[in-house]
Design a protein around this ligand. Structure first.
Ligand code: CUA
Length: 221
């Protein structure tokens, strides 16, 4: 049977493209270990609040200046409510939930993960711009979903000091208590509201775009 020349070219091109795709999947899976990393570290949701790590969430600044942030995400808040991390250094977020699925999105950065009860979610990123960032829950988790938020403050810190009160400008803002729709929280810019008793609602004006680099955010969901 006669196949037109151009038809042949398209057939071979299509087959070639498919082979390239398959090969790239095989390479990244086997050669680069690009497997879904989730569900590696488990935790009993009932013990989260008494867990040595997650029972006392907070920020740890390591000697090399990097930071680890341990977070509890629960209905309907994050602990700690205010998170201070160093600018320009790796920050590893570790979090879990004692109740239902939550989201953890640092607005206008690449920090974004689901928080699934029973598992520890972890990712590492860095923030190149000092300022105040809004953290929101972006998985609908119940009637208080829209008020579930926290504040991330990125500031210059001395490499070895734990709580350097660096003069990083934390933007001031009219703390408008946004009536964010209880929807998907996909429009976090408007969820200006902090959970009761934050005291952190001082401002967010700053956190417009952040050109920070992606350090494995995708990887560690
Ligand atoms: Cu937690 Cu929505």
């Amino acid at each position: 049977m006669h196949v037109n020349l151009y038809e042949k070219i398209w057939m071979y091109a299509a087959a070639g493209i498919i082979l390239v795709f398959l090969a790239s999947m095989g390479y990244t899976t086997l050669g680069r270990a690009m497997q879904p990393p989730s569900h590696i570290e488990t935790i009993d949701p009932a013990s989260v609040r008494t867990d040595p790590e997650f029972g006392s969430p907070g920020v740890t600044i390591h000697e090399d200046g990097t930071a680890t942030v341990v977070i509890q995400a629960f209905m309907f808040a994050f602990l700690p409510l205010e998170i201070r991390v160093p600018r320009g250094r790796d920050v590893t977020f570790r979090m879990t939930s004692p109740d239902v699925i939550h989201g953890f999105q640092i607005v206008q950065t690449n920090g974004n993960t689901m928080v699934v009860p029973g598992y520890v979610s972890q990712f590492t990123t860095r923030f190149d711009r000092a300022g105040e960032y809004l953290i929101v829950c972006n998985e609908y988790c119940g009637v208080g979903h829209h008020v579930m938020s926290a504040t991330l403050i990125v500031e210059d810190m001395p490499a070895s000091a734990g709580t350097g009160e660096a003069p990083a400008e934390t933007g001031e803002t009219p703390a408008e208590t946004g009536e964010a729709s209880a929807g998907a929280g996909e429009t976090p810019a408007e969820t200006g509201e902090a959970p009761a008793g934050t005291g952190a609602s001082a401002g967010t004006g700053a956190s417009t775009e952040t050109g920070e680099s992606a350090a494995g955010t995708e990887g560690d969901r």
